[in-house]
Design a protein around this ligand. Structure first.
Ligand code: FES
Ligand code: FES
Length: 160
């Protein structure tokens, strides 16, 4: 199969890469060094590979890289920096929602998409929105609390 040139814009950085049509976005991103995007199951079951694709949370193992040609892709690492982390990243750390960390990037991406659509979700809405993000360590309570805490901080910031 002849590779085709695909333009992937990740965390505001543009890459032009030659890729076979069967290469998933997950594989392309990890090969480009975005290893915060985790490979869990490669079949859409765990959410570890979630990224924002034009603002929408998707499992990158279920997207072919060429389908993301020209789109804006954001990974968890692109949401904040060490000096200026995103409120979700702070809240996950503060609430013990990061243990082994394997699910963390995907969970933060799912939470980010939720808070964009629904800035003040209920606990049930948070649990529903993150139901595709499997975590073997936390029992989900700390993750839910972290999303609630981040939502409160983000609302405060927006409200001035
Ligand atoms: S690696 Fe994509 S959903 Fe599990
Ligand atoms: S923190 Fe280990 S899988 Fe979620």
């Amino acid at each position: 199969m002849t590779p085709q040139i695909v333009t992937l814009t990740v965390n505001s950085r543009t890459h032009q890469v030659a890729l076979g049509a069967h290469i998933t976005l997950l594989r392309a991103l990890r090969d480009l060094g975005y290893t915060d995007v985790k490979n869990g199951c490669e079949k859409g079951d765990c959410g570890a590979c979630a990224v924002l694709l034009d603002g929408k949370a998707v499992n990158s193992c279920l997207v072919l890289a060429w389908q993301a040609d020209g789109a804006q892709i954001n990974t968890n690492a692109g949401l904040g920096t060490q000096e200026n982390p995103h409120p979700l990243q702070v809240a996950f750390a503060d609430h013990g929602a990061v243990q082994c960390g394997y699910c963390t990037s995907g969970a933060i991406i799912a939470a980010h998409a939720l808070l964009e659509a629904n800035p003040a979700p209920t606990e049930t809405e948070i649990r529903q929105a993150l139901s595709g993000n499997l975590c073997r360590c936390t029992g989900y309570g700390q993750i839910t609390e972290a999303v609630q805490a981040a939502a409160a901080v983000m609302q405060k910031v927006k409200g001035g």
